[in-house]
Design a protein around this ligand. Sequence first.
Ligand SMILES: Nc1ncnc2c1ncn2[C@@H]1O[C@H](COP(=O)(O)OP(=O)(O)OP(=O)(O)O)[C@@H](O)[C@H]1O
Length: 630
Amino acid sequence: MSHADESAFDRYRADVERPLARLFREYGTSRTRWLVAGLLANLVAQAASLLPPVVLGEAIDALFGETTTAYTLPFVPQSWIPATAEGQFWFSVALIAGSFVVTGVFTWVYGVVANQFAHDVMHAVRTDSFEKLLRLDMTFFDDKQTGEVMSILNNDAGNLELFLDNALMNSLRLVIMVGGIAFVLFSLNWQLALVTLVAIPAIVVFTLWFMRVVAPRYRARQSATAGFNTRIENGISGVELVKTTGSEGYERERVRDASRGVFETTMSVLRLSYFYRPGMELLAGLSFAATFLVGGYWLFTGTAPGPLTGTLEVGTFVTFIFMTQRFVAPLAEVSNIVDQVQNARASAERVFGLSDIPVSIEDDGDAVELRDPEGVVAYEDVSFAYRDVFGETASDTVLEDVSFDAEPGETVAVVGETGAGKSTLLKLLLRLYEPTAGTVRLDGHDVRDLTLGSLRDAVGYVSQDTHLFDGTIAENVRYGRFDASDEAVRRAAKAAEAHGFITELADGYETRVGERGVKLSGGQRQRIALARAVLSDPPVLVLDEATSAVDTETERAIQRSLDRLSADRTTLVVAHRLSTVVDADEILVLDGGAVVERGSHEELVSRGGAYADLWNAQTGAEASVEAGDD
Ligand SMILES: Nc1ncnc2c1ncn2[C@@H]1O[C@H](COP(=O)(O)OP(=O)(O)OP(=O)(O)O)[C@@H](O)[C@H]1O
């Protein structure tokens, strides 16, 4: 499989080694005290819960039978045990009551502690994953796997929580129960204990087999779930397109297929679980039946059956029966534990798969903080091709040997046919991508040497597709400059010719813009984005078709205020409508990523080249539209 066919997740997820061990290393060690407290509380609770059957068995033999034996208890010094039968009876009552109290209190403690531990880890996994997402290169998002990503933050973090809270504590309970019970049974009667515990190796082998067989099915289920999330996410975010093209049936089919994938992969896990769970119950039940058969026969006949030797007391037999019952329940839980462990393993692989995706665009140790930027921009022989997340070239050359300078107060316009590389050229200044050759400089610094924060603070950027967050207009203008005063927000809106329409809205600056700003028109959204870019008063303004969606009248007004704004700033602007760039100090005409012409509007028109053709086509077109309007 070539990299192009493989998602970044698949690649890095496959390389994650021992994901659950890594979970403990990365998230458990800093929370060891919670883990240890949980373990200890669990240990005490389980140990205390083993006491009543032992005391009961001892009481039967020492106090209730016709022929009584001496009252002894494992781990309890003989000097603590009262000498009289009555004293021993009350001692037994106290021990049984006490053990229930201890079990109750410590079960509560371990519940609280385990919850705290597990939810704290889940919180950390979520926030770390989100933080990592924000650091990832744009190339990652160009592959757009929103559904996968949402799955990590939701399902996977949840699976890990369930594992730490439930599976981990339950498996400890299981180990303590089985270990503790085995210990007690062996100390009471090792021969009968062998009979009782003979099923344990079979249970272990059966469980290991199940885990091995079910693991790939879990992985398949998780990917199917992530794929389903992606489908849903795409269907909903593109709902307008779905409706306007009447594609509801098509989308329904696609979601149905994705959902069927989840259904089938889930069923393939469940089919094994159906088999495993009764298998475990059967093995646990066999152990109980064997104990009852052998112990019962021993008591019934009064002689040790088969190769067994010695005597068996009724009380010991009762303790055995109670104890065997005790481990049937936790053993039946094993299938749930295995379920959660497998789920958690696949989820941890995905969490760490994400965290292992390399980030190439970030501050390195000696990045320079750009202070008091002037806004001198220089592109020196810049070439560029898009790369994929694996660092391999993913597109043809998009920019080739582009050089230009822009000083404060100057405007450089980039024009050219669609796909010529104009937007890409601007993005390199913000270091959303890095050139494959050549250097982009701001105030003489290679942008790669500057801290991303100070670089991006110095550049106000309005992209081609403006994004607004759900919130008020004021919040959207303030985005990125969260401490800006109301007055500053208004000033920025005025500069972007947005103040007028904002004040006409019922709630003015407090109007909610809806998901992605859908409650505003395209032109209104652009003006808010422009206001956002000018709010911070950056020395460099980068406008990628910032006024393409507004009417000519508004565009002229914006142009006038931009002229004022750009008087002492460096402005890089991409425009399709050439009328907006006639005053630019330099116009670069891009064709196939290379600058084919450069100069002022007048120079380029008089040269009669590509720009002049574009200009004539546009002014001619405008003239005919106006003629048509008349
Ligand atoms: N994220 C990406 N990954 C791979 N190739 C890309 C990516 N973005 C753009 N391209 C390709 O790079 C080329 C230049 O795109 P760019 O958006 O810079 O063009 P443009 O001149 O701004 O076009 P337009 O005028 O239509 O906005 C196009 O061929 C496009 O297919």
